[in-house]
Design a protein around this ligand. Structure first.
Ligand code: UD1
Ligand code: CA
Length: 420
């Protein structure tokens, strides 16, 4: 019978090497705090209970946690063993399997963890380590085995001797434990190492000394267990995650001409047969319909929704705007806080002047309107159905250009010519 599962996510660390005031786990990867990827992973495992262990700026981190996740605050950051102990204090009386995850490992796929849990449940050791074998193990805790190849313990890089440093089998940091054995072993951990910290990894040698079994499951690719420690790691993880996200769109029928120069945040929706040219940045909470053409050099910012068959060409920025079907905006322009109707043509160089220094104003452009090149629409402003704005016009704030009317000039005035 499979045992009950509880997850402990370690997210207390400050992330000293990030050199940041923001807690490490709140740094973004593809437009989203890295901790949220770990929360997704946990959700997919459907554990009985989950505890997040917080420390540095815990109030800020707590804000992104779903309600069903318990919080344990580690008062002093004196090591990962102490962090897990804090986590267990929020799981009183829990019997079953405890999975320890790290808030700074956003790339871990669910499948690797399921494999670890299955092994643990099939073979019932007291602990199972997610291990990896790598050529350059520098920085990782090394897995030390006895003459029968049983796991004796883990030695951290800083505490390893020259022979131990040669070991290429490393600890990813992720492991699952029998809850009771973990509690008992944690009570015996002492800070007898170079960093003077309570190491979670000492639990394994404590179990070995008690003649308990510790086993390991190998992860195929150690990059999947990349822990983010500094901003170089952050950039590396970002590019791996971006490639995953882009691959998913391509599988779903979106053409991405150059995935390496296309930056799409997590959770963006893009319809089939949309084509995205290079150097395009699409932020979170953006929706794009089918059969659009986006880019090159387009920046779609938060809260924008683009319907189908919209063409946004070179150097276009859109923010908090709704663009309807069939809009053409082919060359450099800025659309902010705008609602644009169907089949509108936005000429080159059009700017919605949405900010007066104090507040933001809205621009409404109704269907089939034609906005001439280099127009400035000073919000709040409305351009009627089938209306025309002449090239170089400045349409002043609070103007309502009526349907079927043409305006031109600075400031723009009707030019008494009915448009077709
Ligand atoms: C850890 C492992 C090492 C492994 C490596 C993989 C330990 C002792 N070592 O080393 O064997 O190869 O990960 O990346 O665990 N934390 C707290 N509270 C604390 C201290 C740490 O919550 O008081 C959290 C950190 O936020 C972090 C995690 O525990 O998420 C690991 O701590 P860290 O200091 O980063 O350990 P590593 O040196 O990376
Ligand atoms: Ca780490």
């Amino acid at each position: 019978m499979t045992k009950k599962l509880a997850c402990i996510i370690l997210a207390a660390g400050k992330g000293t090497r990030m050199k940041s005031d923001t807690p490490k786990v709140l740094h973004n990867i593809c437009g989203r705090p890295m901790l949220e990827y770990v929360l997704d992973l946990v959700k997919g495992l459907k554990p009985e209970k989950t505890v997040a262990v917080l420390g540095f700026k815990s109030r800020e981190v707590r804000k992104i946690l779903p309600k069903n996740i318990r919080v344990a605050v580690q008062k002093q950051l004196i090591g990962s063993a102490d962090a897990v102990k804090s986590g267990l204090s929020a799981l009183p009386g829990f019997k079953g399997t405890v999975l320890v995850l790290y808030g700074d490992m956003p790339l871990l796929p669910k499948e690797s963890i399921q494999k670890l849990l299955k092994y643990h449940s099939d073979n019932q050791p007291k602990a199972t380590i997610l291990a990896a074998t790598i050529d350059k193990p520098h920085g990782y805790g090394r897995i030390i085995r006895d003459q029968y190849s049983c796991i004796k313990g883990i030695v951290e890089e800083k505490d390893a001797n020259d022979f131990q440093k040669e070991v290429k089998e490393v600890n990813t940091g992720i492991a699952c434990f029998d809850a009771l054995a973990l509690r008992q072993a944690l009570a015996k951990v002492r800070p007898n190492n170079r960093k003077n910290e309570f190491y979670l990894t000492d639990v394994f040698s404590i179990l070995y000394q008690k003649k308990e079994r510790v086993e390991s499951v190998a992860i195929e690719d150690v990059n999947l267990a990349l822990g983010i420690n500094c901003r170089v790691d952050l950039a590396k993880a970002n590019s791996i995650m971006q490639r995953r996200i882009n691959d998913e769109y391509m599988k779903n029928g979106v053409t991405i001409v150059d995935p390496a120069t296309t930056f799409i945040s997590h959770g963006v929706k893009i319809g089939a047969d949309t084509l995205i040219y290079p150097f395009t940045v699409i932020e979170r909470n953006v929706k794009i319909g089918d059969c659009c053409q986006i880019g090159p050099f387009v920046h779609l910012r938060e809260g924008s929704s683009i319907a189908s068959k919209v063409l946004l060409g070179n150097f276009i920025e859109v923010v908090r705007s709704q663009l309807s079907t069939g809009i053409f905006a082919k060359h450099f322009c800025y659309l902010g806080d705008s609602r644009v109707g169907r089949n509108v043509n936005i000429g080159a160089g059009t700017v919605t002047a949405n900010f007066n220094g104090l507040t933001k104003g809205a621009t409404v452009i109704k269907e089939k309107a034609f906005i001439g090149s280099n127009s400035v629409l000073v919000a709040p402003v409305t351009i009627g159905k089938n209306a025309k704005v002449g090239a170089g016009a400045v349409v002043l704030r609070n103007t309502k250009v009526s349907d079927n009317t043409a305006v031109a000039g600075v400031p723009a005035k009707p030019i008494h010519r009915k448009t077709r």
